[in-house]
Design a protein around this ligand. Structure first.
Ligand SMILES: [Zn+2]
Length: 123
């Protein structure tokens, strides 16, 4: 059954020429920096970025999790390249004020590195 965990050949090269967040472990592209909804997500559900979309991730099992902001139906997400847990995906939020998170990814800051395709500073 170990073959199901080897997903390295599914890693895609996405977003060339755009600043991205990459997996700090295997450098797989995970998300566009522009896709970050908020970077102020520390201390509530966890330290991380709420993202509209992401790539090179696989979903774990759905589960209900009690977070500070209420019960959420979430699934952990794992990097396709190295199986590292990167954060989670919000399937459903019970609290109305948290509905904006549904269908979004919460990616942990410390699992990501910034990859800038170009430099702002001209030399
Ligand atoms: Zn990885």
């Amino acid at each position: 059954m170990s073959t199901s965990s080897d997903t390295r050949n599914q890693v895609i090269q996405a977003y060339p020429d755009h600043p991205t967040y990459n997996c700090s472990n295997c450098s797989a592209v995970i998300a566009l920096q522009d896709e970050a909804i908020t970077k102020l997500f520390q201390g509530r559900d966890g330290r991380g970025f709420l993202m509209h979309s992401a790539v090179n991730l696989k979903l774990g099992n759905r589960e209900d999790r009690s977070l500070i902001t209420g019960v959420h139906t979430v699934a952990d997400v794992f990097c396709l390249g190295c199986n590292e847990r990167m954060g989670w995906y919000y399937h459903k939020a019970s609290d109305f004020s948290q509905k904006y998170k549904e269908g979004k990814y919460l990616l942990e800051r410390e699992k990501l590195v910034k990859e800038n395709a170009w430099q702002l500073e001209a030399s």
